[in-house]
Write a protein that binds this ligand. Structure first.
Ligand code: WTA
Length: 656
């Protein structure tokens, strides 16, 4: 966002005076109830060394952190483990009949998966994958809907030491193809279809299109979900249920070095090419287990529900690894909040007596729009802690969540983190930290963040700037797959001083530090949009638009949207005689959906003869954002083609 926007946002946030300290009742039972934890966290290496006992180590580590090759970190050096032993074996032994997942399917079908069931299912599938030739170090792509076999697929890969690369099931065949090729995945695990919002998502059919151009994939495993007839290629494609039918239900876990990669997850950046974020095993395991337990105040009898899709990092860390390592019972949910009716979430909370709910601000804003009656008709008294992730939550949505979902009683944990950080970084501890509506509060113990100005100097309290992380943390991304230089350039170049051996991670977010030192996230400062909590690069959408034969040039900006946070606004110039009309708008939106996925479909498209450019030829996105958000236009004196702005504003007004 521009400076003036950022300043006005900061001003607006200054007036937030409401404070919510933990209640005595909550404090009395909290896992972490003493402020002293923050002091302990100051010695971050010692803090994390102590947390490492949450994990099963086959061989103890010798050194907590090796930062000598910064910014490439090594955590728990020399330690050996397999993350599935912490997630499965321990619990299958101590609490075999405890439920790992209550699966709640979109059509109301349910399955109960105990820790023992999950353990054996994972072993079986690991054996089946091994029989197909998958072994340690091979990359396996996963493109699935939310069924119990989804976590099973991740865990089976982890059991073998084969890094998984999950591609969200809403992505297009092109997106899937690019990611499979980048990781040269040897196998793909998918479903015939998945259920979503009363309809079917043709996963296998979409995968088949990608697979025609991905020679690295030798085997495809298909989980039957809807039972649809799908094309099965002889020798390449196998049904999951047939593969595991006779597979052995025991499988020793591959011994992994703490630093061996656990998974790759692609995320959008400021270029059109997604980055394969690589996470390693030991540090990630410790990071997700610690944060999940502390921030959600996890207890043995809890029923925890994170609504995220396993296709995103939130699903990896807080549907699969964190909750399983902590041995909690979770709800695994397939579907959408509005199907079969708008009280679907609250129905589930009541049915399972959910104790922790973790969801996204965009959903909360949608619930607000639908009205309180859907919430109030259900008994939500089981809830103890409620959380949010993915984007800033505006204070009014926070208050609504507090009042109607949390019954003015549950602490709200607004958790800031990223695909790259692996686990939560800024969030309250519900038994300790006083919350303020709209602020993610302060960094977790063992984490150090700062808000800096453009020269990298910490801003005074009460000012805004760029959010940076100033010391390494266990779950941090280790690199970008096959591109360590890009890892350095993107995250570690802007504010680091390598000559002084000072390494500072730049998150790409703007933030404000208030007078109490609380952090208020203000959104991305780069060309990444945040639509319903999903990161989409402006360049990626522009490339998809320009890929259409009628389009000469395109500029894309995120404009503020009351429900989705940001909405994608596109400005397009056409080639030659092409006419910009309703049909073409529909066609272009569909084209982007085809190229990237439905989540990237522009909300609005405006045709224009020219795009506003600086004299050096750069598109002035700031102006386009002003137009999209109907603001007084900023400075246009640097424009080469100043007249065009007026014309675009008129077009945009007509289109609105
Ligand atoms: C944004 C999702 C404000 C932020 C876990 C970040 C947030 C990006 C919050 C990462 C929050 C995430 N408050 N903004 N609590 N949580 N973000 O990689 O812009 O999908 O950089 O990871 O989401 O998105 P990602």
């Amino acid at each position: 966002m521009s400076n003036s926007e950022q300043n006005s946002t900061i001003e607006a946030l200054f007036v937030e005076e409401r404070r919510f300290p933990p209640t005595e009742e909550f404090k009395a039972q909290a896992n972490v109830a003493s402020e002293s934890i923050y002091a302990e966290g100051k010695d971050f290496e010692n803090f994390w060394r102590a947390q490492a006992s949450r994990i099963q180590w086959q061989t103890p580590f010798k050194e907590t952190l090796d930062w000598s090759d910064a910014p490439f970190a090594k955590w728990f050096v020399g330690g050996r483990l397999n993350i599935t032993e912490s997630a499965l074996d321990v619990h299958a032994k101590s609490t075999p009949d405890k439920v790992a997942y209550y699966f709640e399917g979109e059509n109301g079908d349910t399955r109960v998966v105990t820790y023992k069931d999950l353990y054996h299912e994972v072993c079986k599938f690991a054996n089946a994958l091994s029989d197909l030739g998958i072994s340690k170090g091979d990359r396996v792509a996963i493109y699935m809907g939310m069924v119990p076999e989804f976590p099973v697929a991740l865990l089976a890969c982890a059991r073998l030491g084969a890094p998984h690369s999950v591609i969200f099931g809403g992505f297009s065949s092109d997106s899937l193809k690019d990611r499979i090729i980048d990781a040269s995945a040897k196998a793909l695990i998918t479903c015939d279809e998945s259920w979503r919002n009363g309809g079917r998502v043709p996963l296998k059919e979409t995968a088949d299109v990608a697979l025609s151009e991905t020679p690295s994939v030798e085997h495809v495993v298909v989980v039957q979900r809807t039972g649809a007839q799908v094309k099965m290629v002889e020798g390449r494609d196998h049904y999951y249920h047939e593969l595991i039918k006779d597979a052995d239900d025991e499988r020793p876990a591959e011994s992994m070095d703490s630093e061996d990669p656990l998974f790759i997850l692609y995320t959008s950046g400021t270029t059109a090419r997604p980055k394969g974020i690589v996470h390693s095993t030991g540090g990630y395991a410790v990071g997700v287990a610690t944060t999940h337990s502390m921030v959600f105040d996890i207890k043995e009898d809890d029923i925890y529900w994170c609504t995220a899709d396993v296709g995103w990092v939130t699903g990896h860390s807080y549907v699969v690894y964190g909750p399983l390592i902590n041995g909690v019972s979770s709800v695994l949910f397939e579907g959408v909040p509005q199907f079969p009716d708008k009280d679907r979430y609250w129905d589930i909370v009541e049915k399972y007596k959910v104790t922790q709910l973790y969801t996204a601000p965009t959903s909360i804003r949608t619930f607000m729009k639908w009205g309180t009656e859907y919430v109030t008709k259900h008994d939500l008294s089981s809830l103890r802690v409620i959380g949010t992730v993915g984007e800033p939550i505006n204070p009014e949505a926070w208050m609504w969540y507090h009042e109607y979902v949390g019954n003015s009683r549950c602490p709200i944990v607004d958790t800031w983190w990223q695909t790259e950080t692996g686990h939560m970084m800024i969030a309250p501890l519900p038994g300790v930290t006083t919350t303020k509506p709209g602020s993610a509060t302060i960094p977790l113990p063992g984490i150090n963040v700062e808000v800096v100005d453009q020269n990298g100097n910490p801003v005074p309290k009460g000012s805004g700037g760029y959010l940076v992380i100033t010391q390494p943390w266990p779950g941090m991304a280790r690199t970008i797959f096959n591109d360590p230089q890009r890892f350095k350039d993107v995250y570690w170049s802007r504010f680091s001083k390598p000559s002084e051996n000072k390494w500072v991670y730049f998150a790409g977010d703007g933030a404000k530090k208030d007078l109490d030192g609380y952090i208020w996230l203000l959104g991305r400062v780069d060309d990444v949009m945040n639509v319903s909590g999903h990161r989409i690069s402006t360049l990626e959408v522009e490339s998809a638009l320009v890929d259409h034969p009628a389009v000469a040039e395109a500029a894309v900006v995120g404009r503020e949207d009351p429900t989705t946070g940001q909405a994608i606004a596109a400005f397009v110039t056409l080639k030659g005689a092409n006419q910009g009309n309703e049909e073409l708008i529909a066609e272009l939106r569909e084209h982007v959906a085809q190229k990237i996925g439905k989540i990237a479909r522009p909300a609005s498209i405006v045709f224009t003869d020219e795009l506003p450019k600086t004299r050096s030829g750069k598109i002035m996105r700031r102006l386009l954002r002003d137009i999209s958000e109907k603001r007084q236009l900023g400075d246009v004196t640097t424009l080469a083609n100043a007249d065009v702005v007026k014309e675009i504003a008129e077009q945009a007004a007509k289109a609105a």
